[in-house]
Each structure stands twice: as structure tokens, then as C-alpha cells.
Design a protein. Structure first.
Length: 384
């Protein structure tokens, strides 16, 4: 595997860490900007909304105008370094919101182009592995990136943490200037097939379920830290290790579902959503008990985000997996990610308590489960 593929994975790891690291910095950012814990959680939402907006628009642009992937990716990474670096020096929450939106858009472009370039650099039979390395950067960011960012924040403050993300992306950018090959967006967008997919109700039903699953997961995850500290009673020194356990659970769950999703997507989603719903309700009710909290977080990690392979298998079964179809589905997922986080923060800000994010997550998980129950009766017809 070319070295550049691993460096692209490290760059995406850095960018993925930036999206979610504020979840471990709620107290620090709340104090620094004079805002509520809910408003801090909204910063995850704004980043996700940036990804949501950037995904389809940039994908269409890249394909329509056959841009040179190498040149555009390097420009996007350089812009990311500058704008993320600026976030370490600002003192205005409003400016930080704008920065989160812009870096979210840049994230969408960097991820799309990193995947395209990594797969273009290797033979066909190695393309899934190359893509897995790049996407793996995002997965690993929950295991190491977010806990490490939390530790750095505790020791040296949020500005250093934000700045280090920019530095790490810059470190990746330097060798990529020399290592990346010239790759141009090829082929025409098959709009007839894409539009046919968008007219398919089964596609939008699949998107709706995906949105609810991510909404449930991140309505809870975004506020794990204040719940664990202020309700469960863990010290901030312990919290990064709990977040690391959550990240490891994501990887284990994703590994299992990745192997089974193609043939058993319905079963995976039924079991996963049942576990996710029960775990969120249990955490919301018994959050003051440390053992219950840890078990619930591990189960949420195993059953929430790791349903992504099953979600993708469902999308592929009902629609031609073209670039715009995938981009729109990714955007819908980010609506769920950002929306869940936003709703949790809104409830907390309006005085419903730190557990309200868990309750909202539990309700969204139940709604997602209800959305797939009709398919049990006619499973022989699949997701259509």
C-alpha cells in the first residue's frame, strides 16, 4: 500500500478528531466563551451541517468539471490548516460557529477527494483496503483522537488543542505535496440513474432511518462528559479512558457489522436498534450508577454508529450507488449527527437537565426501530 494512503488516513484522523473533540471539552469551552453546555454541543452540530452542505455540492462540482483531484485536495487541506489554526486565537463564539461551518465544508471535500485519490493509486483488488484506511482515520479518531484532545485540553487548554489539530493536518500536507499523483475526476454523472434513485421512496425511507440512528447516537455522545462528571461522579482524569472505551466499541461493532451487513442488514439493524434503545433508556434512568453508565456507553458504542455498514447495504439494495446518491446519504447522516446534538443541547440549555440528551437519543432510537418494523413481515422482498 502506498505511503500516501496512510498519510491521507492520518489527515482524515485529524479532521475527524476536530469534528468530535468538543464533546470532551464542554466545561472548558463553556467557561471560556461564557456559554451553556448545550451551546458547546451545538459546535458539533455546526461542523456536521457544514459536512452536510459541502458533501453533495462539492461532489457535483468535482465530477461536473473534472477537477484535478491532487491540486484541489492540497488547496482544501491548506485552507483547513489556516482556518482551523485561526480558531485557536479567537474569543468570539459567533466567529467560532462560522469557523466550524467552514471547516465542516472543507472536511466533506477532503474526505471525498482522499477516498477518490487513495483508490486511484492502487489496483482494483486493493481499492476496498485503501478506502478502509482512509475511512479508518475517522473511526480511530473516536478511539484516540477525542480522548487525547480531552487530555490535552485538561493540561494545556482548548487553544492548544485546536491549534494542534491544524499542526497535524499541516504535517500531513507537507509529504502529500510530493507523494500524491495527478488524478482527474473522470466519467459523466449518470443523472438519469441518480434522479431515478431520488424518486424512489425506499431510498428516502433508508435515509430517514440512517438520520434517526445517527441522531440518537450523537444526541447522547455529545453530552457524555457532563453527564459522567456531574451526574455519575467520575473525575475528569477518568473520562478520557471512558471515551476511549466508547471508541474501541465503535471499531469492534463496525468490524462485526461490516462482515455481516451484506446478507443480514435487517437483522443487524433490528438487534442494533433494540440494544441502542435499551442502553440509552438505561443510561438516562440510572446515570448516577457508575457500572451502569460504563456498560451503557460500551453498548451504545457497539450498536449506534457501527450500524453504518448495514445502512450502506440498505442504500445499495434500493438505489444505484452513484456518487450523488452516496453524497446525499452522507449529508442526511450528518443532518442526524448535527440534529441530534443540536436537540440535546437545546433541551439542556432550556433547563431540562443533562440527561435530556440521553432521553432524546432514546426516543430517536425507538423511532428508528419503528421505521424498520414493517420490513419484518415481508423480509423476502428485502428493503424495497
Amino acid at each position: 500500500m502506498p505511503l500516501a494512503v496512510y498519510i491521507l488516513g492520518l489527515a482524515i484522523f485529524s479532521i475527524g478528531t476536530a469534528e468530535l473533540m468538543v464533546a470532551g471539552m464542554t466545561a472548558t469551552l463553556s467557561h471560556a466563551f461564557g456559554i451553556s453546555v448545550g451551546d458547546v454541543g451545538h459546535l458539533i452540530s455546526y461542523y456536521a451541517f457544514g459536512v452536510m452542505l459541502g458533501g453533495p455540492v462539492l461532489t457535483y462540482f468535482f465530477l461536473k468539471y473534472k477537477v484535478q483531484y491532487r491540486k484541489v485536495l492540497l488547496i482544501l487541506l491548506a485552507l483547513y490548516v489556516v482556518i482551523q489554526g485561526l480558531s485557536a486565537f479567537i474569543s468570539s463564539y459567533a466567529i467560532l460557529v462560522v469557523i466550524r461551518l467552514v471547516t465542516g465544508v472543507l472536511c466533506a471535500g477532503c474526505l471525498s477527494l482522499s477516498l477518490a485519490i487513495s483508490m486511484a493509486m492502487v489496483p482494483n483488488h486493493d481499492r476496498p483496503q485503501a478506502a478502509a484506511i482512509v475511512i479508518g482515520g475517522f473511526m480511530i479518531s473516536t478511539v484516540f483522537g477525542v480522548p487525547l484532545a480531552t487530555m490535552i485540553d485538561q493540561q494545556w487548554g482548548w487553544r492548544i488543542t485546536f491549534g494542534l489539530v491544524a499542526v497535524l493536518v499541516f504535517i500531513c500536507l507537507i509529504p502529500l505535496v510530493r507523494l500524491l499523483p495527478k488524478v482527474t475526476g473522470g466519467g459523466q454523472i449518470k443523472m438519469e440513474e441518480e434522479i431515478k434513485a431520488f424518486k424512489n421512496k425506499a431510498y428516502w425511507k433508508a435515509c430517514a432511518t440512517s438520520c434517526l440512528i445517527l441522531g440518537a447516537s450523537f444526541a447522547a455522545f455529545s453530552y457524555f462528559v457532563p453527564v459522567l462528571v456531574d451526574i455519575t461522579g467520575f473525575s475528569m482524569q477518568v473520562v478520557p479512558f471512558i471515551l476511549m472505551a466508547f471508541g474501541f466499541s465503535n471499531i469492534v461493532g463496525n468490524t462485526i457489522t461490516g462482515r455481516l451487513a451484506h446478507h443480514h442488514s435487517l437483522k443487524i439493524m433490528l438487534i442494533g436498534l433494540t440494544v441502542l434503545s435499551i442502553s440509552l433508556f438505561a443510561f438516562a434512568i440510572f446515570a448516577e450508577y457508575k457500572t451502569v453508565a460504563i456498560i451503557a456507553i460500551i453498548l451504545i458504542g457497539l450498536s449506534g454508529v457501527p450500524m453504518n455498514p448495514a445502512m450502506m447495504a440498505r442504500i445499495v439494495s434500493v438505489a444505484h450507488p452513484g456518487p450523488m446518491v452516496n453524497a446525499v446519504h452522507t449529508s442526511v447522516i450528518n443532518i442526524g449527527l448535527g440534529g441530534g446534538s443540536y436537540l440535546g443541547g437545546l433541551a439542556i440549555t432550556n433547563g431540562y437537565g443533562l440527561r435530556s440528551g440521553l432521553w432524546i437519543g432514546a426516543v430517536l432510537a425507538v423511532l428508528a426501530l419503528v421505521s424498520i418494523l414493517p420490513y419484518i413481515r415481508h423480509r423476502q422482498r428485502g428493503w424495497s
